[in-house]
Design a protein around this ligand. Sequence first.
Ligand code: ZN
Length: 457
Amino acid sequence: MNGYSNKTNVKPLHIGFDDTDSVNGRCTTHLSYLITKTLLERFQVEFLDLPLLVRLNPNVPLKTRGNGAVCLRIRGRSQTHHERIRAEIAQMIENYSEIGNGANPGIVFYENDTISNDLIQFSENAMDSILSKQLAIKIAKNNNIEFIGFGKEYGLVGALAAVGCTLNSDHTFETIAYRSEENLGTHRDTDWLRVKKLSEETYPYTYNNFDQKNFRVLITPHGPDPVFCGIRGEDPLLTSYFLKNLCIKEQLDGYMIFRTNQGTNLHLTREKSVQEIMPFMSGVINCKVISTPLTIKGGHVIFKIKDKFNKVLPVAVYQPTGLTKLVSLLHPGDRIEVGYGVHLKSENQLTLNLEYLIIKELVKTYEEKNPICNKCLKNMKSEGMNKGYQCKRCKSKNRSKEKLYIETERKIGCGLYIPEPIAHRHLTKPINRYGMEKSFDRLEILNIIKTIKWIEK
Ligand SMILES: [Zn+2]
């Protein structure tokens, strides 16, 4: 069920926007924080869901930093109230965005009790494919959705996909803290020991906030943008508890809790055959290893796979994933499942960049040895092709003996392997989330909105 209706006859207003930021700073989540403040303070609207932070296909080349879009689902007092809200938001987005500086924003406004199926479908496709602005506009028109684009209007795709993302299965939360104007561009001072301790204390209900293996703080970005830090986890109370106990020294502007598809592998849900694979898609493939993995310059590893239709593609595993040593132990014949992003290499060669690996079945491997002399119990020497063997010690010959194949130990096991946190995309499901996938309960979300402080201004 994806209904948002209630007893009033005012239909919910779903607001989506994307691509408001550029490499020079600014951030779509920060803009959504400013807009949410305005909606609560000036317009006193009711929120029907937490603000949604929707990450789209991370393998699309046209993106700024995170490829994240935002959706706000609200209800105002009346139709005319909604009209004033739309005008205000459009103005805020235009004023804030780095239009002409790398940002190509898109905004959509959708008034409906439910989310239409073609919109949901569009959103699902936006997680693992490349969608055109033209298709977004067509679907917007079919659904009577108001859309506004600036610059090249790339943001329309993400804006529409965010509105279509009901997030009614697995999801996570992120509490994002924002800096005040005067601190922008300065060093973010965090106490790494606190981050480490809080991440241990809240384990496994928070994730990717501290890299225990490499002792790295993962909550702070490094650019000039207004995000001080983001705490990712399973429970909005815990992510906010984590933030409050960090004892951040600088004066923050505030924070907001997002419901998000981060950490859910939503881009790696659909299996495609090699034939269907196109550049910049994301997906899953069950296949067989058909070449011995080769380590190339930089420590990266390449091997070839074949799908069930005997189509062949190379798989690349990059050094920072921390999986190169493991995959170099794969052997032709091994059955594996790969989560991947499709990249284009030179000469238009499609390559699957590995995002997770499941080893399903390992073939037996053998070492080849010459037969053993019956008298001396030593390996004999080959006399040449089909000429049999001779013992070096007693010189006895034997034409009927054959080579020995001795089973060797496989130094890897079946199972799931994922990259190190440092190599994670926003959508990557971390290892401790496997088995923790959440179901969705609208009443529970409404209860969160009513009972916890999800925005601090
Ligand atoms: Zn011998």
